[in-house]
Design a protein around this ligand. Structure first.
Ligand code: TRP
Length: 322
């Protein structure tokens, strides 16, 4: 079976964008591949030094389990608990020209978005090197990522090629598995992100959920209830579409004709979302933190065994004394 490796940073609670963009895909992949999913906690310090919180690790793993990640099929573990991720990252950094990292679009963006020069750390620029190490340590064939992570995967492939050329074939070139799902737009029509405060969280309570949905922007030209609307420019409609409202055609038709007002349309969406979140919450409540602790411990053992063997081969190929 081909191997899939992917990680998620524990920088907060997960939102419905993660559900559609990452988790549902991870669940599907475990049927077809040998899957390794990890909490990328070291990575979370690249942008914010007080961001990883150990309570999020548990919360995220419980979200994964609730959505159907099966610990018998997928190995779940924490990046920082497998020391070989950092070790390999150091070794890979020796074959990574600085220019490759400086040219990386996510790095350039991070620089232009920060006023605090001291936040542009060595760790930030070497983010893609650590990410490379995350996947090649396990000989990942495929890495499911969103579009924003594609440059990192491209770099990973280049680092692997350079390493293999210099030290002999050691690593598998990981291929990206682009998540088909488009990025979910936040309630303010910007990209859904914690820092914009425009997320609907998987643990959202009904009151806040209502408030957030009622504040969503619809077709700006539909001012009055009976004005005809254009569903294709409306984020509320795209949510209806994504979250599987049954009578989507009816919504489209009645929005266009003007029969359906935005307030009613949003109320429908509240019901749909509230049900989805309710079901998620119920499933999640079956998994205790104690259980998560056991799962992560099992995952740690399994990942650690593979990582140790791999690092040995790497060192041997580099000519180090074993
Ligand atoms: N960089 C990824 C993100 O922010 C998280 C991540 C870290 C990752 N290491 C990885 C994803 C390895 C896939 C494979 O989304």
């Amino acid at each position: 079976m081909k191997r899939v490796v992917s990680g998620i940073r524990p920088t907060g609670r997960l939102h419905i964008g993660h559900l559609k963009g990452i988790i549902e895909n991870w669940v599907k992949l475990q049927e077809e591949y040998e899957t390794f999913y990890f909490i990328a906690d070291i990575h979370s310090y690249t942008t914010n030094l007080s961001t990883a919180k150990s309570e999020f690790y548990y919360d995220i793993v419980r979200d994964l389990l609730a959505e159907g990640i099966n610990p018998d099929k997928s190995t779940l573990f924490v990046q920082s608990e497998i020391s070989q991720h950092s070790e390999l990252s150091t070794l890979l950094s020796m074959v990574t020209p600085l220019g490759w990292l400086q040219r990386c679009p996510t790095f350039k963006e991070a620089i232009s978005n920060t006023n605090d020069k001291e936040m542009i750390s060595l760790g930030l620029i070497s983010y893609p090197v650590l990410m490379t190490s995350d996947v090649v340590l396990y000989d990942a064939n495929f890495v499911p990522v969103g579009k924003d992570q594609l440059p990192h995967l491209e770099l990973a492939r280049e680092i692997v090629r350079r390493f293999n050329r210099i030290f002999g074939k050691t690593f598998v070139e990981p291929k990206s598995l682009l998540t088909k799902f488009p990025l979910l737009i936040g309630t303010d029509n910007r990209k859904m992100s914690k820092s914009y405060d425009n997320c609907i969280y998987l643990n959202e309570n009904d009151e806040l959920l209502r408030k957030k949905i009622m504040s969503m922007i619809t077709d700006k030209n539909k001012v009055r209830r009976n004005d005809p609307g254009e569903p294709n420019v409306c984020n509320v409609f795209s949510y209806h579409n994504i979250f599987g409202t049954v009578d989507i055609e009816e919504i489209e038709k009645t929005c266009k004709s003007g029969e359906l007002g935005c307030v009613d349309c949003k109320k429908n969406l509240c019901n749909t979302m509230s049900e989805i979140i309710g079901i998620h919450r119920k499933k999640k409540s079956r998994f205790s933190n104690e259980y998560v602790r056991e799962i992560l411990e099992e995952g740690r053992k399994k990942a650690s065994k593979i990582a140790k063997q791999k690092i040995k081969i790497v060192k041997e190929n580099m000519g180090m004394r074993l």
